[in-house]
Design a binder for this molecule. Structure first.
Ligand code: ZN
Length: 150
């Protein structure tokens, strides 16, 4: 486990112990699988859309604490969002973790997702934190083949 600030670490550990929305979504109309060979994290994301809104979202998979917590918090963040909002959130999250752009640093609407901001100091862990997000983007784009972080 990387040395995150205590509060951030607590939130990540909590989501790792009790992942939200970790289940198969039977009525999913979009799914995608992701794999991070660097760490061995695997995730499958299920999406149900109503018009342009994420009506329901869930995930299954196994991986390290960061990848599981990230997938769990991602599902909470994306539920009820429009597809455009979901893509914008992914870009902000990605920028936050890769240190690109400035949008992420000046109080963007990332909310709880900012617990992952310290992960950018551990480049190998960035892929753990972004795996579920890359996977959900593949699902949104209708790319069902496996996404890898390599
Ligand atoms: Zn990992």
């Amino acid at each position: 486990m990387v040395e995150l600030e205590d509060l951030y670490q607590q939130l990540i550990l909590d989501h790792n112990r009790q992942p939200r929305n970790r289940r198969r979504l039977e009525a999913a109309d979009r799914t995608a699988r992701g794999y991070n060979p660097l760490c061995g994290d695997r995730v499958t994301v299920f999406l149900r859309l109503r018009d342009d809104v994420v009506d329901d979202i869930s995930f299954e998979g196994s991986g390290c604490a960061i990848s599981t917590a990230s997938a769990s918090m991602m599902t909470e963040s994306l539920k009820g969002k429009t597809l455009d909002e979901a893509r914008a959130l992914f870009r902000r999250f990605h920028d936050l973790l890769t240190g690109e752009g400035t949008e992420a640093r000046n109080g963007s609407a990332l909310g709880k997702l900012e617990v992952f901001s310290n992960v950018c100091r551990y480049p190998a862990r960035v892929k753990c934190a972004t795996l579920a997000w890359h996977t959900v983007c593949a699902a949104l784009d209708g790319r069902p083949e496996e996404v890898t972080t390599e």
